[in-house]
Design a protein around this ligand. Structure first.
Ligand SMILES: NC(=O)c1ccc[n+]([C@@H]2O[C@H](COP(=O)([O-])OP(=O)(O)OC[C@H]3O[C@@H](n4cnc5c(N)ncnc54)[C@H](O)[C@@H]3O)[C@@H](O)[C@H]2O)c1
Length: 312
C-alpha cells in the first residue's frame, strides 16, 4: 500500500485526489493552511487521512510530512493571477519558495516521485494552437512565472539529486467543490452557481473566447498515471493535462441552459485585460508517455458538476 502526501489537500483538486486515492485502497497524508481551501472539502474523509494543518513555507513541517511517503502530489499554491499581480512577493513565497521547500523535504525523505500542479498559463497569450510542450513558454503574470519557475525547480531536482519529478500543466480544470467565489475560480463554477439561482452569468467580451475545459476526474487520473509511468519516459518533464478540444463560452452557456433549466440571457460586458482569447492543448505527449486519455468528456463533466452544485 503506497502512502501519498497531498499538499493543498483542502482545495478543489487536492481533496479530489485524496478521495480517488482512498478509493483505491491507498494511504493519504495531507497538508493545508486553508488560505484558499476549505475544511468542509475534507470533512467527510477527515478520519481516513493523516491531516496536518501546516504551511508549505515551514520546512520542518514539510520534512515531517514527507517522512515515509512514496509519492508527493504538490497542489498547494495561491492559485490566482489577480492576487499575484497585487502581491507578487506573497505569490512567490507560496508558489516558488513553497515548492522548493517541498522538493527539499521530498529529496531528504527519499520519496519515489513528486508530481506538481503546473499551469497552462506558462504558455502565455500565444496565438498558436494547440499549445504543445515544445513551445517556448511566455508567462505573463507573476503567478504564471511562479508556476514555470517551479517546473524548472522540479527538473533541476531530477538532474541534480535524481529525485523523480513530473509537472502537469493543467488546463481549466472544473468539477465539484471548485470555489465559485474566488477571482481565479473557474468560470464554470461561477456560471453554474449563478444559473442555478436563475440569475444572469457575466461574460466578458463576445463569448466567443474558447477554453480546453477539463473535468476533474481526468486531472486526477493524470496524477495517478504520472506516479506510475516509467521514469525514463517522464522524470524531469512536463505534460499538458487537458482534453484536446475547446468550447466557447457561448456554447457552454447554451449547454448549461439545458442542464439548469435557465431561460435568461448572459450579461455581456467589456473584455477583461489579460484574458486570453483561445486555449487548446495538444495532449499527445501525455498520451504517449503517461498513457493518459481523458475519460470524462466536457458534456458529461458539466452534467456531474451541475448535479453536485444542485445537491449542495
Ligand atoms: N483549477 C485549475 O483550473 C488549475 C489550473 C492550473 C493550475 N492549477 C493549480 O492546481 C493546484 C490546485 O488548484 P485548485 O484549483 O484546487 O485551487 P484551491 O485554491 O482549491 O487549492 C489550493 C490549496 O492549497 C492550499 N495552500 C495555498 N497556499 C498554501 C501554503 N502556503 N501552505 C499550505 N497550503 C496552501 C490552499 O489552502 C488550498 O487548499 C494549484 O497549485 C493551482 O495553481 C489549477
Amino acid at each position: 500500500m503506497a502512502l501519498y502526501l497531498i499538499t493543498g489537500i483542502g482545495g478543489f483538486i487536492g481533496s479530489s485526489l485524496a478521495r480517488a486515492i482512498l478509493s483505491r485502497g491507498e494511504q493519504v497524508r495531507g497538508v493545508d493552511n486553508f488560505s484558499t481551501g476549505k475544511r468542509e472539502n475534507i470533512a467527510d474523509i477527515q478520519d481516513r487521512i493523516d491531516f496536518r494543518e501546516a504551511d508549505i513555507a515551514d520546512l520542518d513541517a514539510m520534512h515531517s510530512a514527507c517522512a515515509g511517503v512514496d509519492f508527493v502530489l504538490h497542489q498547494a499554491a495561491i492559485p490566482s493571477v489577480p492576487k499575484s499581480v497585487l502581491d507578487p512577493l506573497g505569490s512567490n513565497r507560496a508558489n516558488v519558495d513553497g515548492t522548493v521547500n517541498v522538493l527539499v523535504a521530498a529529496r531528504d525523505a527519499k520519496v519515489k516521485r513528486v508530481v506538481f500542479a503546473a499551469s497552462s498559463s506558462a504558455y502565455g497569450d500565444t496565438p498558436t494552437l494547440p499549445k504543445h510542450e515544445a513551445m517556448k513558454p511566455d508567462p505573463i503574470s507573476p503567478y504564471a512565472v511562479a508556476k514555470l519557475a517551479s517546473e524548472h525547480y522540479l527538473t533541476s531536482f531530477y538532474r541534480c539529486y535524481q529525485l523523480e519529478t513530473v509537472s502537469l500543466r493543467y488546463f481549466n480544470i472544473f468539477g465539484p467543490r471548485q470555489d465559485p467565489s474566488s477571482p481565479y475560480s473557474g468560470v464554470l463554477a461561477k456560471f453554474i452557481t449563478v444559473m442555478l439561482r436563475g440569475e444572469q452569468p457575466a461574460i466578458y467580451g463576445d463569448g466567443e473566447q474558447s477554453r480546453d475545459f477539463t473535468y476533474i476526474d481526468n486531472a486526477v487520473e493524470a496524477n495517478l498515471l504520472a506516479c506510475k509511468a516509467p521514469a525514463a519516459q517522464v522524470a524531469g518533464q512536463m505534460f499538458n493535462v487537458a482534453t484536446g478540444r475547446r468550447v466557447t463560452l457561448n456554447e457552454t452557456f447554451k449547454l448549461l441552459q439545458g442542464l439548469t433549466s435557465h431561460t435568461g440571457h448572459p450579461k455581456y460586458g467589456p473584455e477583461r485585460g489579460g484574458d486570453i482569447k483561445h486555449s487548446l492543448a495538444d495532449i499527445s505527449k501525455a498520451e504517449a508517455a503517461l498513457g493518459y486519455k481523458p475519460k470524462v468528456d466536457f458534456e458529461e463533466g458539466l452534467r456531474r458538476t451541475v448535479d453536485w452544485y444542485r445537491g449542495k
